[in-house]
Design a protein around this ligand. Sequence first.
Ligand SMILES: [Zn+2]
Length: 138
Amino acid sequence: MSYQKPIPLKTPDNSPYWDAADRHELHLQKCNSCQAYSHPPGPACAKCGSTDLSWEKIGSEITGTLYSYVVSYRPFLPGFQDDLPLTIAIVELDQVPSVKLIGNILDSDPEQLKIGMPLRMVWEDITEERALPQWKLA
Ligand SMILES: [Zn+2]
């Protein structure tokens, strides 16, 4: 069965992020002026406005801490009806605590979730070319 959910669109600003994700690697945009990481990526640093930006490889083994989450019991987009309830989490990265990523927590019971619990990133291959960073309980 083909993947029915929306696939994140690559733009000039975010394509290095998604290209890395497709290789199961996390890369983050970093400002060369103030050294801040910028996520989601954009044309300029969210902190100082500099356009002197580069990309840094963080790695493939990513862990984080559950910062916040919502549980959806109703499909709000096509393709999600088989995944309910769906947990949408904001996860603070252990490697880069200033960065929070949004993703789904897979194979989890919402009743088990607690703010501050450890998570690990998994790479969900959604098509032959594309992969999404998602989370599982550590
Ligand atoms: Zn900056």
